[in-house]
Design a protein around this ligand. Structure first.
Ligand code: TRP
Length: 331
């Protein structure tokens, strides 16, 4: 009788203690997840309006997913186009105990990829993730890297050039020899342009220092200048424009910001949208999704942008067909 009661008391006690332990564990787990502020490291390769817009989009995308400023701490660095800074800043961002790291533009993503094989790396606006050796398969990345890719609508760009400036026969492609993202775009553009009966001459510059002299040479050889989504050229685009001031060849760049800054027209991918999509993917990975199983999100649909003011200056009439479904007009 006494034993039975004792056992009863013991059982109750054990049950109470266990229950309490489990309850406490649950509570602390909950408050941990509630209190834990996500840490995101961001490396932007260089400053130019398009990349700045992508970074803004990333923050907006994160906020849309509930990661407002008090829920996420962003550890932001900008390598200012300097490859040695890319390497040191990548190591720094990995050492800073961020939950994941984000590379804005190809060289930044490549720097982060060589700094870590375990921490998730999210690519923001990487044109050719396979050619840049960042992922093996866009649908199934497999490693610690995934992200958002901006694939230039090259075929539509060629159509636009033909429609807007039918007299153009030879196009000079101006790009940086050190950016993997540009090499692929130049090959693709060349292929479509040649199919359409145009001749493409390539002009690769090693750095921003050679842009002025290269543009001077180009203007005497080609009918128009085409620029891919190249960070080196984008960051010194005013040099391209000023060295073309006398020759006044039409410039077809690949981002809206460059059309606004003196380009004639283009078909482009929306930069802010790219950033928002990247921000949302960052949120998914913060919530536990694995980069290995997260397909790369490829943006390849473009909208046209036309600099009407410049067209007028150059005496180029814009066909109605182009204005009908134009994405953006610069007046
Ligand atoms: N796609 C480029 C890269 O892979 C980065 C980039 C995005 C960019 N938008 C741009 C470069 C606009 C020049 C202009 O590196």
């Amino acid at each position: 009788m006494r034993n039975k009661r004792l056992i009863g008391v013991l059982v109750t006690l054990v049950a109470l203690v266990c229950g309490n332990l489990i309850y406490n564990a649950m509570i602390s787990q909950e408050s941990k997840t509630e209190r834990k502020i996500a840490k995101v490291g961001v490396l932007q390769f260089v400053s130019h309006p398009s990349l700045d817009l992508i970074y803004q989009g990333i923050q907006d995308g994160l906020a849309e997913e509930g990661y407002t400023e008090d829920q996420v701490k962003i550890d932001f660095m900008n390598s200012e186009g300097d490859q040695s800074k890319v390497a040191t800043m990548s190591k720094q961002l990995v050492a800073n105990e961020n939950d994941l790291v984000v590379g804005i533009a190809t060289p930044a993503a490549q720097g982060l990829a060589s700094a870590t094989k375990d921490l998730p790396v999210i690519m923001a606006a990487v044109t050719d993730p396979i050619g840049a050796n960042l992922v093996k398969d866009l649908k199934k990345p497999g490693g610690n890297i995934t992200g958002v890719s901006d694939h230039n609508p090259a075929e539509q760009q060629v159509e636009l050039i033909k429609t807007l400036t039918p007299d153009v026969k030879t196009i000079g492609a101006l790009y940086s020899s050190s950016e993997d993202n540009s090499k692929t775009q130049v090959e693709e553009f060349k292929e479509y342009a040649e199919k359409a009966g145009l001749t493409v001459e390539t002009f690769a510059v090693p750095s921003t220092n050679e842009i002025a002299s290269t543009v001077n040479v180009m203007t005497s050889k080609v009918d128009a200048i085409w620029v891919p989504i190249d960070n080196t050229i984008a960051s010194a685009f005013s040099t391209v424009v000023s060295n073309n001031q006398t020759a006044k060849k039409p410039i077809y760049p690949s981002a809206a910001a460059m059309v606004e800054a003196g380009g004639l027209a283009s078909v482009v991918v929306d930069q802010h949208d790219l950033g928002v999509a990247t921000g949302k993917m960052i949120a998914q990975v913060l919530k536990g999704e694995k980069p290995a199983d997260t397909p790369v999100n490829v943006f390849s649909t473009g909208k046209s942008v036309i600099n009407k003011k410049l067209a007028k200056e150059l005496g180029i009439a814009i066909p109605e067909s182009l204005l009908k479904d134009v994405g953006q007009v610069i007046e």
